[in-house]
Design a protein around this ligand. Structure first.
Ligand SMILES: [Zn+2]
Length: 424
């Protein structure tokens, strides 16, 4: 049985981390003459928080205790990339070990080798892993709290990408953006409608990190944020120097004076201010957003328009609230073609790296680097574009149909020989 887990702070919960762990498990099992009969995953689940649910882990423990998988296969052991994927709390270690050793002859395998869970050494090793995990969890949360507080009172900017108006270092002003913010504040105090300012910014090509366009709410957030005059806010309150009661001054360059900030805030109802709404508004910046999904724009719409021609519009990744898939690729032009994100990414990987090595399109070194997870999204997209013109996606039928990978039809670059057997 193969188990994989990524934590909730894992950057993108798109299943990549889990898939890589499963691949490593597959290899580890193979190296020790074992065969994976069942796979259990928890994507974006904490193992250190009390009460956090991990359905994959629960099923694993149940199947271990029962002695067979849901489809009736006998269970002889567990493979995982590291102990802390399985447990970071004593309760979970106890449950896991009790279930694992509930029958004779079972093993625990990780990349370090095979362990005998019945031996004292096997148990001790597990306890040592637990101790490390528990200490790590405790230190991590305390360190984070202290770090945020210390940075805040020192006037160090929040971490993360630079806010609109500043460079990536969050200290130095971004000449163009800062000018826009200053003009917007002056205009607003002079009586201009926020909607008009948002339209002006749209006209200048300002876009959000997620491709969104400035709207009155985002503009309001930006111009009423205390950072514009150098003040530091934390959880909706101005941070004050304990000794003097004066606002903490940030180390970053300010755009306007505190008086101007007060004046612009006074033009809004309190409920719409940055201080009231917090920093949750989408970020804006002057440059185009980098794609966040593997196949955005590489997929093309295969839906027919009313006049019978094929749409061919770009399909772009979109996060959705769906039990079936965390994100979909959807046609931006006609909206009539949509396909599951993770399954499409997998189908694309299969096209690039077909099972039969004789048909390999890309060097094996590329395949290994890709599979190991060391290639970032931007490079992956470059690799795809080096062999594929695009993939045409056939619109799916209505309702809950089984996944059909042939909906993704590759259009190979013409200097490549079309591999037989790579399709379907
Ligand atoms: Zn379309």
């Amino acid at each position: 049985m193969s188990y994989a887990r990524t934590s909730e702070d894992f950057r993108q919960r798109d299943g990549h981390g889990v898939r890589h762990q499963l691949r490593i498990n597959e290899r580890t099992a193979h190296e020790h003459g074992c065969r994976v009969v069942a796979v259990y995953t928890d994507n974006g689940c904490s193992a250190s928080k009390e009460g956090a649910s991990r359905p994959g882990f629960d099923r694993l423990v149940e199947d271990l205790a029962r002695g067979r998988t849901a489809d009736g296969q006998a269970v002889e052991g567990v493979v995982c990339v590291a102990d802390d994927r399985l447990y970071r709390r004593a309760e979970d270690l106890t449950r896991f070990f009790a279930a694992l050793t509930s029958r004779q002859g079972r093993i625990y395998v990780d990349p370090q080798g095979v362990r005998d869970p019945y031996s004292q050494e096997g148990l001790l090793q597990a306890v040592r892993s637990l101790e490390t995990a528990v200490t790590e969890t405790r230190v991590r949360s305390r360190r984070l709290m202290n770090w945020h507080w210390a940075r805040a009172v020192e006037g160090v900017p929040h971490s993360g990408p630079g806010p609109f108006g500043w460079q990536e270092d969050r200290i130095t002003l971004h000449a163009v953006e800062a000018t826009l913010v200053e003009k917007a504040i002056v205009d607003r105090v002079g009586g201009k409608a926020v909607r008009a300012i948002a339209q002006e910014w749209c006209g200048l090509g300002v876009t959000g990190t997620r491709g969104g366009r400035p709207n009155p709410a985002t503009v309001t957030q930006i111009i009423t944020a205390p950072r514009v005059c150098g003040y530091r806010a934390n959880r909706g309150e101005l941070l004050l120097v304990p000794e003097t009661g004066e606002p903490v001054l940030g180390q970053w360059e300010s755009i306007v004076t505190p008086d101007q900030w007060q004046a612009v805030c006074a033009t809004f109802s309190p409920g719409s201010l940055y201080m009231h709404r917090g920093s949750g508004a989408p970020r804006l910046h002057g440059k185009r957003a980098a794609p966040r999904y593997l196949a955005s724009g590489i997929l093309r719409c295969g839906a027919r328009r009313h006049d019978g021609t094929v749409c061919h519009g770009p399909l772009c990744g979109q996060k959705v609230k769906s039990r079936r898939s965390p994100y979909f690729y959807t046609c931006r032009d006609c909206g009539r073609c949509s396909i599951s994100g993770p399954l499409t990414d997998e189908a694309l990987e299969r096209l690039l790296f077909p099972e039969a090595p004789a048909h390999a399109l890309l060097p094996d070194a590329t395949r290994l680097r890709w599979m190991s997870g060391e290639i970032d999204l931007a490079e992956k997209r470059e690799i795809i574009k080096s062999v594929l013109v695009c993939c045409v996606v056939r619109p799916g039928g209505k309702g809950n149909r089984p996944w059909d990978p042939s909906r993704v039809q590759p259009v190979w670059r013409c200097d490549r020989v079309e591999p037989t057997g790579a399709r379907g």
